[in-house]
Design a protein around this ligand. Structure first.
Ligand SMILES: *[C@@H]1O[C@H](CO)[C@@H](O)[C@H](O)[C@H]1NC(C)=O
Ligand SMILES: *[C@@H]1O[C@H](CO)[C@@H](O)[C@H](O)[C@H]1NC(C)=O
Ligand SMILES: *[C@@H]1O[C@H](CO)[C@@H](O)[C@H](O)[C@H]1NC(C)=O
Length: 658
């Protein structure tokens, strides 16, 4: 991100023109003068885990998203335990005369009874060239890249000798990107056989498919088919390009796995952690019935903990506390659910040798305990009958066994004091740009006289369009920026914050906007994503007391100042962030009390703005609204007076301290 001066001045001209127009229309003031005085003696720290992310399995965020598995419905379980069952998105290669395909319950895995059965009617002379068989198009196409290697695993059985070809082919089924002959004699093939192989692509196609074909008459059964790129983040199965976008936010916590995904419409379809750990072939998978797609649970509880560790983030594990959206467990029957939670904590933190669940974790490849310091007791369940009664059972059990773990209640204490104990409480809000601006005043109004009151965890917030049709808007993102500044200021009562939702696969838009939009091979951040990047140094920084003076009637200017240390550069910075939610530009004076002016200089300035307030990034124009950074060297001698803050912009001024 560098500034293109030419473009910037063109933008200024354009903005200037718009400004004059809008001023005439709205009767807005000429530019504003604002001054920010900063008290450098301030000592209050923003909480260490202030800024994080919330990952929900929604919009194919994990399945067909961050989790790099390429095969969709890999165990043929998505269609339910029926014969025949729906095997979508698997397809048939050949016609009715040459092959028939169905399912049966012949799987060797008790937890995954379904398998695919192919009856091949043709032989080497009557089969079409290339043979007949089945293919899997993945999640709206597999991204296969030339030179990269894919690990393919599957289970197979046949009525006679097996002579087949495993291949990756382009989307039209003709261009072969990689292939291998698979063969074994009838004796071996009588029993289910696990085949593990790698395919190295000699071509690229972002909408490729995996296929197994044969020209041999007989019956072939197929089960538990996986294709994983070998090139994933640390080899842990996460898509690298999407991980890069997450790492760029420096998230200090990862709230997971939902959201309503935790609950399911009914408890029968809730996320049950014990069914998501262990060999992938034995995970039953489940219907994500709230967001309406099958989850094979390849991204299971252990993978979520690994994800948090890889991001350098504290896991915030949202447990199922006995609620579906439509049903719930009565308090007298809640004990097994409490135990399920305790077991999950032991799985994360327990001793690798001496504890039952800790030793399972070690066996599965992670002997070192994970950090787990936060348990959210449910998601948005406060209003439901039994919530409080059930909550207390979970709370007491956690505190007894793990007094250091912080618990999160679903009841919003910003409105009314809680009638039950909690360390934190969830605050969720999806609203209009104006609603988000109104919310900048919310946490300032909270009482400060109860030092032991639970702190707010703003675990879901976003400006949304009531019709959920839009990707997002720059105007909405700017209102979110103002809201985030208010949270920094009020971080004595707000301890953590995360935007929602994080991800959307372009092909499954259940909820928008979402911070990061992707398809099989590309991704972009919307303006709301880029707003969050301005806060990546906030966690653990010093919040400097600052006073903003504006000489105008409406005060749609918001600012904070934080002091932080760049550990690689070994330099101290004061970052002043300013939201100007006005049609007019502002001239800002920054003054710092308690520091010699000569020991401080403006090192760089980062601006996020566009003249299209209702616009946002798209696949066609993924960099329409991205931060632009200008760097200043000593020769520039930038004054801290009359700093121009553009109309409708979010600006960070980085001042370096000597
Ligand atoms: C802003 O300040 C300048 C002097 O620094 C003054 O000339 C100008 O009138 C002020 N503008 C407004 C709108 O107050
Ligand atoms: C299939 O794709 C390949 C490679 O893109 C192309 O050369 C070929 O013409 C295509 N065939 C059909 C039938 O579209
Ligand atoms: C969200 O914020 C808006 C604007 O302040 C407010 O009207 C609404 O009640 C809030 N919603 C919730 C669920 O707190």
């Amino acid at each position: 991100m560098t500034t293109n001066n030419h473009m910037t001045s063109a933008l200024f001209l354009l903005l200037g023109t718009l400004l004059i127009l809008s001023q005439t229309c709205l009767g807005d003031d000429h530019h504003r003068n604002a001054s920010l005085s900063i008290d450098m003696s301030s000592r209050r720290l923003i909480p260490n885990n202030f800024f994080g992310i919330f990952f929900e399995e929604i919009n194919h965020a994990g399945v067909g998203g961050l989790w790099a598995e390429l095969v969709s419905n890999r165990g043929f379980e998505a269609g339910g335990r029926h014969v025949p069952s729906m095997i979508s998105p698997w397809g048939m290669i050949g016609d009715e005369k040459t092959i028939s395909i169905t399912t049966d319950m012949s799987s060797q895995f008790k937890t995954n009874p379904m398998a695919l059965r192919m009856d091949v009617h043709c032989n080497p002379t009557t089969c079409p060239p290339g043979g007949v068989g089945t293919y899997n198009p993945g999640y709206w196409g597999m991204n296969i890249e030339e030179g990269k290697t894919y690990k393919v695993t599957f289970y197979v059985k046949s009525s006679g000798d097996l002579k087949a070809v495993l291949s990756l082919v382009g989307k039209n089924g003709t261009e072969v990107l990689a292939f291998k002959h698979i063969g074994a004699d009838a004796e071996k093939m009588k029993k289910w056989t696990k085949i593990e192989t790698t395919l190295t692509a000699t071509g690229s196609d972002s909408k490729a498919r995996l296929q197994l074909t044969t020209s041999q008459k007989g019956i072939i059964w197929l089960d538990q088919v996986s294709a994983m790129p070998t090139d994933t983040y640390k080899g842990h199965g996460f898509r690298k390009d999407l991980m890069k976008k997450l790492l760029n936010l420096k998230p200090r916590f990862l709230r997971f796995p939902g959201g309503c995904y935790v609950e399911g419409n009914t408890l029968a379809n809730a996320f049950r952690w014990k069914e998501t750990v262990g060999p992938w072939e034995e995970r039953p998978g489940h219907l994500n019935d709230v967001w309406n797609y099958w989850s094979d649970d390849g991204l299971g509880y252990l993978e979520y903990l690994q994800l948090a560790e890889d991001l350098g983030a504290e896991p915030v594990w949202v447990i199922n506390n006995g609620f579906g959206l439509l049903d719930s467990v009565d308090t007298p029957l809640i004990k097994p659910f409490v135990q399920e939670m305790l077991d999950s904590i032991e799985f994360a933190r327990g001793n690798a040798k001496t504890s039952k669940w800790g030793s399972l974790r070690a066996k599965l490849g992670h002997p070192a305990p994970f950090s787990l310091k936060y348990i959210a007791i449910g998601n948005e369940d406060c209003g439901k009958p039994n919530y409080r009664e059930n909550y207390v059972k979970f709370y007491n059990a956690v505190k007894k066994a793990y007094p250091d773990i912080k618990t999160i209640s679903n009841c919003d204490a910003s409105k009314k004091d809680l009638d039950h104990p909690a360390d934190l409480y969830d605050y969720h809000n999806y609203t209009s740009p104006q609603g988000m601006l109104d919310n900048t005043r919310l946490f300032g109004k909270m009482s400060r006289n109860k030092p032991h009151a639970p702190k707010a965890f703003v675990s879901e917030y976003a400006v949304t369009d009531p019709t959920y049709k839009l990707d997002g808007t720059f105007k909405g993102a700017l209102a979110e920026a103002a809201f985030l500044l208010s949270l920094e200021k009020n971080s004595d009562v707000v301890e953590m914050v995360s935007y929602a939702p994080l991800f959307m696969n372009q092909n499954d838009r259940k909820w928008s906007p979402d911070a990061i939009v992707f398809n099989s091979d590309k991704s972009y951040g919307i303006a709301s994503y880029w707003v969050q990047t301005f806060f990546k140094e906030s966690s653990g920084a010093v919040l400097l007391d600052s006073h903003l003076r504006i000489h105008a009637k409406d005060d749609n200017i918001y600012a904070t100042a934080v002091k932080w240390t760049d550990k690689t550069e070994k330099k101290n910075y004061v970052t002043v962030k300013v939201v100007n939610f006005n049609h007019a530009s502002a001239n800002l004076d920054i003054s710092l009390d308690g520091v010699d002016r000569k020991s401080i200089k403006l090192a760089r300035q980062t601006v996020l703005t566009t003249d299209d307030l209702e616009g946002d990034n798209t696949f066609d124009n993924p960099t329409k609204v991205v931060p632009e950074t200008s760097r200043f060297n000593s020769k520039d001698k930038k004054s801290l007076h009359d700093l121009v803050v553009e109309p409708f912009s979010f600006t960070a001024f980085d001042l370096v301290l000597n």
